[in-house]
Design a protein around this ligand. Sequence first.
Ligand code: CA
Length: 226
Amino acid sequence: MSKICVVEDESSIAEMVRLNLEMESHDVTLVQDGAEALELFKRNFDFDLVILDVMLPNVSGVDLCRLIRKKSNVPILFLSAKGTTSDRIEGLKAGGSDYLPKPFDLEELLLRVAVLLNMTPKAGEEIITIGNCQVNFRTFVVVDTISKQETTLSKKEVALLQLFYSKQGEVISRTEILDKVWGKDQFPTTRTIDNFILHFRKIFEDNPKEPVYFISVRGVGYKFLN
Ligand code: CA
């Protein structure tokens, strides 16, 4: 979970972005006016990421970016209807980390946020192999190299798979999974995890009823072998 500040005056976009980031377990502060954002950033600044619209009432996103850069190296993602090259350059020159022209694809926004927050794996770890399947942690696509069948994983599934992959051979408790994948503020039932595992087995196991990769450890959780 990360603390994200969204500065966007168009209510429909602001609410959509907020809702989707919250669904990804982020803590979102929404500000819809440039001057208000300026006051907020002057007071205290402890965000992990800032999403800035460029055209804002009273103080522009670019000016806000310059202010933030005086005190922080936090990743800043610009959102703007002004998608021309010169606007992009202005945003990046002011210290922006990335720039997404409107209208944008929500999935692209979430992926860029994930990259900026460094939640995606480093280069070289993007594609892993489990059995016959190749998993691309950047595109979330799993390809069965024999049947050529493709499956797209959800963000949570990727997060869970990354957790398993990082702890191969270790028993991971349901509590740890809930904590690391869902965060402390969300309370899915342990049944949710079991359903994720059932789905993984359908994708990766030759015989989902006799799993060799995603092993249940009775009363505790799961173990991933590869
Ligand atoms: Ca605007």
